[in-house]
Design a protein around this ligand. Structure first.
Ligand code: ADP
Length: 463
């Protein structure tokens, strides 16, 4: 099958979140399965021509290569992409994001003609490329070049929809008749993601549970009606994890490598992390780790409500992340009060993240909602037991056999589950068997890529 993947961020070129990981890793797994894939993304200022060996195609389009032979084509624009920040700068969202990503979406369709590549499937991601299905079914409706092309839209987080004032509608180059409830209108505003959901052939999300949750009022962010209307076309495929990056046996960032067959090294990594946090070097005290955006979505509302009680338990807690100022302040106060129990690192730090995944005993991820989540998958790989709220991708990957799960989103339930995990940690034999189950979990991309191929096949068969 011929597949074009269009995304606003792709690892290793540009990343702000999990979308980039998927857009960079899925094509590699598809290529391994024998599919023909190309990628299109904006050419942001930060993308180095030298570092990524960017060349020009014979048609004059800049491209780089990943995997064996996956061409990543860049959509260029001095006006729209040659600036700092993918979506925002220090002052907030770029004011012309609607124009930037409608330019990108049209640019992708023009690119296909330019390089004469007719895909069977265009796979778009989140609102930034959601206009592609809209343009295909409207502006390009009678264009023979795109006649057989089908579209799949993956939602990575329904919380971001691309909302803009009605007045900007003419900039999209669409007929005003599309500004209605069956089209891009959403309570008087333009909703780009909604347009994509209405016009794509198949809707997909990044876990089976999240695909059901988004059809409910609680998780639907106002789009549950649209999703429910199309429920026959809504699917959920779990993200994989790139085990070449996340592997305790080869990880270059940690002081001692380890694996299921030689877990001794993990205690050295714990000691290293305890030193780094200036904690007492106690092997018998469970060390909890968090690597996360400090946001309500990630459970920081109930966590900060319960943090004082948590710090009174016989445990240690290291937190790495940045986010809402109010959580920075609450946690900083806790560090002053309990310096031997809690250690706070308010930054983005890949190396420290590796050290936390490797050196912790328990990985705390009480997200209020979680489309898929990578943290729990990484921690399982490092024999670090995840403690999660039962939602979205967390519910699909963690259960009592490989972790700790609470089912009511409340401070009391979080605290109770942390207490239970501290008690469980004291039982060495039980803990070892929990770690073994964690090590044995397999969330590699291969299985997920096979499911994507099935999804593409069913999209291609649509009338
Ligand atoms: P998100 O909703 O933020 O995309 P995910 O769990 O899907 O959440 O992915 C987050 C990824 O970013 C994980 O790989 C995690 O390790 C990493 N990460 C988050 N915060 C930090 C940080 N402060 N420093 C280093 N890595 C981080």
């Amino acid at each position: 099958m011929k597949i074009l993947l269009a995304a606003s961020e792709v690892v290793p070129f540009a990343k702000t979140g999990g979308l980039a990981d998927v857009a960079g890793a899925l094509p590699l797994a598809l290529e391994e399965l024998g599919e023909e894939v190309i990628i299109a993304m904006p050419k942001y200022k930060a993308i180095s021509e030298d570092k990524f060996r960017i060349q020009k195609s014979k048609e004059g389009v800049p491209f780089s290569v990943i995997g064996k032979n996956i061409k990543v084509y860049f959509i260029e624009s001095d006006k729209y992409f040659n600036r700092d920040g993918l979506y925002q700068d220090k002052t907030g969202d770029h004011k012309d994001n609607l124009e930037r990503f409608s330019f990108f979406s049209e640019g992708v369709l023009n690119l296909l003609k330019r390089i004469n590549f007719t895909p069977d499937i265009i796979h778009v991601h989140d609102w930034q490329s959601a206009l592609i299905p809209v343009y295909l079914k409207t502006v390009y409706k009678n264009d023979a070049f795109f006649k057989s092309v089908k579209t799949v839209l993956t939602i990575h987080n329904l919380g971001y929809q691309g909302l803009f004032p009605k007045e900007e509608f003419p900039k999209l180059g669409l007929d005003w008749s599309l500004f209605n409830i069956e089209g891009l209108e959403f309570f008087g505003k333009i909703n780009i993601l909604k347009g994509g959901l209405e016009f794509c052939d198949i809707i997909n999300t990044v876990s089976p549970t999240y695909s059901r949750e988004i059809q409910t009022k609680e998780f639907g962010f106002g789009l549950e009606g649209v999703l429910n209307k199309r429920k026959e076309c809504v699917f959920g495929i779990l993200n994989g994890l790139d085990y070449s990056i996340w592997d305790p046996a080869t990880d270059k960032f940690i002081v001692k490598n380890f694996s299921i067959n030689s877990i001794d090294g993990k205690s050295k990594d714990k000691e290293d992390l305890q030193k780094l946090c200036k904690f007492p070097l106690k092997p018998d005290v469970p060390l909890f780790g968090i690597v996360s955006r400090l946001a309500e979505q990630k459970g920081f509302d109930i966590l900060s409500d319960g943090i004082d009680s948590i710090c009174k338990m016989d445990l240690q807690l290291v937190i790495l992340g940045t986010g809402d100022l109010k959580y920075h302040l609450i946690l900083e106060n806790m560090v002053k009060k309990y310096p031997k129990v809690i250690s706070l690192h308010l930054k983005f730090d890949d190396q420290l993240a590796h050290k936390i995944y490797a050196g912790s005993d328990i990985f705390l991820m009480p997200s209020k909602y979680e489309p898929c989540g990578l943290g729990q998958l990484i921690s399982l790989r490092y024999g670090t037991i995840p403690l999660v709220f039962k939602t979205g991708g967390l519910a699909d990957t963690v259960d009592k056999n490989n972790g700790f799960v609470f089912a009511r989103y409340a401070k009391e339930d979080l605290i109770k589950t942390i207490k239970a995990s501290v008690a469980a940690y004291k039982n060495k034999q039980g803990w070892l068997s929990l770690m073994n189950t964690a090590f044995e979990c397999d969330f590699s991309w291969e299985e997920s890529a096979r499911k994507y191929v099935q999804l593409y096949t069913s999209a291609a068969r649509k009338p």
